[in-house]
Design a protein around this ligand. Structure first.
Ligand SMILES: [Mn+2]
Length: 429
């Protein structure tokens, strides 16, 4: 389907219509999906990739409409205040986002959205997980990711990218991959009949397209600067991120309307403040907000990344009682983990501490007996590497639960989850 150059808002409306058509008439469809934690990076990677790929032409042939799919139900959008704060900058609203709720029910999806009619591009992960993975993993045709390569995507992806490399933000890799084609569009003769601005004023094509570009650029930039702490985090920031920021800022400044008042630090503070504000969320919602799970050796590992310290979580649960007591946290975590059939559950916090600056903590729970061996193994093999410093310990008969200060602050879930998975796969069943 040919896609005219258009605003992100108009594009998302068209993408939704195209998905509906594919579902109702078994038409071919290309989907771009981020990982199931659906953090800001996954969401902007899929939207920006889909948008830019849809409006730019590959070397041969016309552009293909790509549908960006958020890997969460619609209700979970509300767990992401940083996304809600960002959407107005891209002139889009919650209702424009396409989520798992827009797919047919998972029980009969394969009869409606026939695997053979679908193509999938993975961004911000490189293995399609869960039920979608069970049905559509063979239909993955390309990937852009910054996690460890799990070797599931063929080496030759033909005309689609196979980019898996270290960077602070996956969105940076998306931008750098698409920027040439995007630039060609801006300098080329790309104007379309879509130059009718809202409010019925006909704007000059160039002013309009630079506004659209600046809106998309802000959407992308937010993830890059959130994931690299405005390029200040030396452990995470790479050249890819720096190049992407330079490019995106230039796009923003090309638009007089947005560029004249744009300040990157101010923008970072705004989105980051929204991200850290967990006050409206319940304990369970906080754990769901940035959640990932893996199957390993017949066991399931669940992990929640949280941007406030464990003391904050204890306060959420304990409310009026002693907020130092870990037992309520243990019980509430166990409940969350059991609902998901987990053997091992981990909470990883990262936050700004008043006294020590940036800090991390780790909590690990063996949810049932099977989880016990892997948990012990993990502590034995990775405790020193992560510089784990004991805070709470419960190794009574029914529990194995620890919380630690994590001295090694450069290890995020990207590093810690593989260590847990290694321990799980090393245990003989
Ligand atoms: Mn990411």
């Amino acid at each position: 389907m040919a896609v005219p150059r258009n605003s992100l808002r108009a594009f998302l409306t068209q993408a939704r219509a195209s998905l509906e058509k594919a579902i109702n008439h078994h038409e071919k469809i290309t989907l771009v999906i981020g990982n199931e934690s659906a953090d800001l990076d996954s969401i902007t990677s899929s939207i920006v990739y889909a948008y830019l790929k849809s409006i730019t032409h590959p070397a041969q042939g016309p552009a293909t409409l790509h549908v960006p799919l958020l890997n969460i139900p619609k209700a979970d959008i509300n767990l992401r205040p940083e996304l809600l704060a960002l959407l107005p900058h891209a002139n889009i609203e919650q209702r424009h986002l396409i989520t798992l709720d827009d797919l047919p029910s998972l029980t009969n999806i394969k009869d409606i959205l026939l695997p053979a009619t679908t193509r999938w591009i993975l961004v911000d992960h490189n293995v399609l997980q869960g039920k979608l993975g069970a049905i559509y993993a063979d239909r993955v045709v390309g990937v852009v990711d910054h996690h460890a390569d799990e070797g599931k995507i063929p080496n030759d992806t033909g005309s689609e990218p196979r980019i898996i490399t270290t960077s602070g933000s996956c969105t940076s890799l998306v931008i750098n991959h698409c920027r040439e084609a995007w630039d060609r569009l801006s300098t080329g003769t790309s104007s379309t009949g879509a130059a009718q601005a809202q409010g019925d004023t006909l704007m000059e094509d160039e002013a309009l397209s630079s506004l659209w570009d600046a809106q998309v650029a802000q959407l992308a930039l937010a993830s890059v600067i959130i994931d690299t702490i405005n390029l200040q985090d030396e452990h995470k920031t790479t050249e890819h991120d720096q190049h992407a920021v330079t490019h995106l800022e230039a796009k923003i400044h090309l638009c007089a309307k947005i560029g004249s008042q744009f300040d990157r630090t101010e923008f970072f503070n705004k989105i980051n403040d929204a991200k850290k504000d967990l006050s409206p969320l319940t304990f369970e919602e906080i754990l769901r907000k940035d959640y990932k799970q893996w199957s390993e050796n017949g066991m399931i590992l669940g992990t929640s990344a949280v941007v406030q310290p464990i003391s904050f979580l204890k306060g959420k649960i304990n409310k009026n009682s002693d907020s130092k007591d870990y037992r309520a946290l243990l019980e509430a975590s166990k409940l969350f983990a059991r609902e998901r059939g987990l053997c091992v559950f981990s909470i990883m916090t990262a936050y700004e501490s008043e006294h020590d600056g940036f800090a991390r903590e780790l909590a690990v729970l063996a949810v049932d007996e099977r989880g016990l061996g892997p948990c012990k193994k993990f502590l034995e093999s990775s405790g020193r590497k992560l510089q784990l410093d004991e805070v709470d310990t419960d190794e009574s008969d029914e529990h194995w639960f620890h919380t630690w200060k994590q001295g090694n602050i450069s290890s995020s879930r990207k590093q810690v989850a593989p260590l847990l998975r290694e321990a799980m796969s090393a245990i003989s069943r």
